[in-house]
Design a binder for this molecule. Sequence first.
Ligand code: CMP
Length: 220
Amino acid sequence: MQAAKGLSVATLQNLPMFKQVPSAYLEQLVRVAAYRKVPRGTLVVRSGDATDSLYVLISGSMKVLNSDEEGREVILAILGPGEFFGEMGLIDGSPRSANVLAIEPCELLILARNDFKRCLADNFEVSLYLMRSLVQRLREADQKIESLALMDVFGRVAKLLLEFSTVQEDGQRVVARKLTKQDIAKMIGASREMVSRVMKDLEANGYIQTEGSRIILHAP
Ligand code: CMP
């Protein structure tokens, strides 16, 4: 069997999930995996659908979100290169728990249920990586519950900006990825208007500075 166009052992070696897997095994995996390139706006996984595959993001970014009957949305996570999704349904056999939408053009590696399960059984390191990632997600969910219960919108906005920021070479903390006020609102359970008001206030008090789509954070 030929490797899917766009996939190579090197592509898999660059993904944290497969970092510890020997190249001979990756050669087999590359032959059974599929590769998909999707444009921005593609709904790759739909909440409630039956589950059949695991996805690993090679490049681009995706939003994990859910909505109610009135169309109100909550963003559960934003995924970047190297992260995976679709494992929940594969592990417990339930329908998809959320929608996963491409917010940029994305490249995906897709593993069918049986190939994923075989890969876990054959490679303890991959199982461990998966467990570690699920623990990390649980920690993040715990923190989110805590901030929803204990923090006001100021605190929640500040915490989210810190989480999404990285330290640049010049030592500045910057949110470099484009985050709209609407996205922030959907991640912290507040209205867009309230987020706008809070950010205006943070900027007026010198805690943040917006430069195009970048947000520079200043220590209090
Ligand atoms: P699954 O339920 O099969 O399909 C939807 C996917 O969204 C789910 O698997 C997870 O991979 C992903 N997902 C659900 N909740 C979260 C979360 N809180 N953080 C990151 N990814 C999530």
